[in-house]
Write a protein that binds this ligand. Structure first.
Ligand code: TYM
Length: 376
């Protein structure tokens, strides 16, 4: 029998097995977010975001240094991204929600990379026109979250190559094939676009420093699957004269089916930001929960929110208020509320949230140009 550690795989290109986050932190050489770090967040931001309070962002690299620099008067900038293989799902939204909180509280520049090149080289089914189309669709979701246009710079790799390429080759020169092979599990049959790509993902972590002409710390919120790119980048960037970016790792919003991963290429695994109300309702009605075999048993024993995909949706996106979430949890565990009622509440909240998001998303169509990074 393979151990958990053997069967668990978490890379940007494969997530499988039961995810043990504590093991991952050790395996990747990161650090758990502790009470002292949360205190510093609270002190500087004025309040702790619910995704920090609930331990969804749970691990980090170099955030203590980021706060040290901030206290010395050297604030950071933010960097985040999305691989446009399809529409944005609710899991991706958690990253946008958290980054928005960081921009609001710290009033710092934010670079957002849309990797139409990455999704093209990694997916033989998709043309570059398709990944570029989804890059612009995903940009609408970001803009709809209310980021500030004068502080937010959207990068589309295939369109901003003139800015990125001279920096990417400086990074690429320092990364050996054996490093990417070991980091991503590449073999001889991977194409050379895949092998080169990580140097493109590294670049926005220094782009602000390059633009302002001095080293500025960079903070990257992401789910832990993306860590591999930055393990490589963090080794290389100091060698070419820049800071290593600091990282904030989040857990995943689980897929809607039991044990399943949320995937942009599997429409049933997730609610997408463009789903109409009927589709939202159908997906959430069919979602895996922590309910018992029948109503009588559940009334007696209670449900289990720890394994429930509906509860995870509340926790990560649709229920920021701790008191409301606590009440849902209490009613579930005590057997007072059954899954049908709980799903109904989730459907109502998700529909309201996404209907508003979809309106703002349409308004964003006229704003994309304001947000695109202006090449020098
Ligand atoms: P992508 O498009 O796979 O994912 C975008 C971001 O969403 C996170 N994520 C999730 N978070 C919570 N729950 C989930 N179920 C879930 N699924 C995905 C990812 O970890 C990621 O943070 N190569 C990248 C694009 C990229 C990028 C970056 C991401 C370029 N530069 C900098 C983060 C930071 C990609 O394909 O992400």
């Amino acid at each position: 029998m393979p151990s958990d550690e053997d069967s668990m795989v978490v890379t940007p290109y494969e997530v499988k097995g039961d995810i043990d986050y504590d093991k991952l932190v050790k395996q990747f050489g990161a650090e758990l977010i502790d009470a002292a770090l949360l205190k510093r967040f609270e002190k500087h931001a004025g309040e702790l975001h619910y995704l920090l309070r609930r331990g969804v962002y749970f691990s980090h690299r170099d955030m203590k240094w980021v706060f040290d620099e901030l206290e010395k008067g050297n604030p950071f900038f933010l960097y985040n991204g999305r691989g446009p293989s399809g529409h944005t799902h609710i899991g991706h939204l958690t990253q946008f929600i958290f980054t928005k909180y960081m921009q609001d509280k710290f009033q710092v520049p934010f670079y957002f990379q849309l990797t139409d090149d990455e999704k093209f080289v990694h997916n033989f089914e998709m043309t570059l026109e398709q990944t570029n189309f989804f890059a612009r669709e995903n940009a609408l979701d970001l803009i709809a979250m209310g980021f500030e246009p004068d502080k937010t710079h959207i990068i589309i790799d295939s369109e901003h190559a003139g800015t990125l390429y001279p920096l990417a080759i400086r990074v690429a020169k320092r990364i050996t094939f054996s490093t990417v092979r070991a980091t991503f599990g590449f073999t001889n049959s991977h194409n050379i676009g895949q092998i080169f790509y990580t140097s493109f993902q590294a670049v926005p972590s220094i782009l602000h420093s390059v633009r302002v002409g001095r080293n500025v710390p960079c903070v990257i919120p992401l789910a832990i699957d993306q860590d591999a790119h930055f393990r490589v980048a963090r080794d290389v960037l100091p060698k070419i004269g820049y800071f290593s970016p600091a990282i904030l790792h989040s857990k995943f919003l689980p897929g809607l089916q039991q044990g399943g991963k949320m995937s942009a290429s599997d429409p049933e695994s997730a609610v997408f930001t463009v789903d109409p109300p009927k589709v939202i309702e159908k997906k959430l009605r069919n979602a895996f929960t922590g309910g018992r075999g029948n109503a009588a048993e559940q009334r007696k024993l209670g449900g289990n929110p720890d394994i429930c995909s509906i509860f995870a949706n509340y926790q990560l996106v649709f229920m920021p208020e701790d008191d409301k979430l606590g009440e849902i949890e209490r009613r579930c565990r005590s057997g007072e509320m059954l899954c049908g009622e709980c799903k109904g509440i989730c459907i109502e909240l998700a529909t309201e949230y996404l209907t508003k998001h979809q309106e703002r998303r349409e308004e964003a169509r006229d704003k994309i140009e304001d947000f695109l990074l202006k090449d020098p």
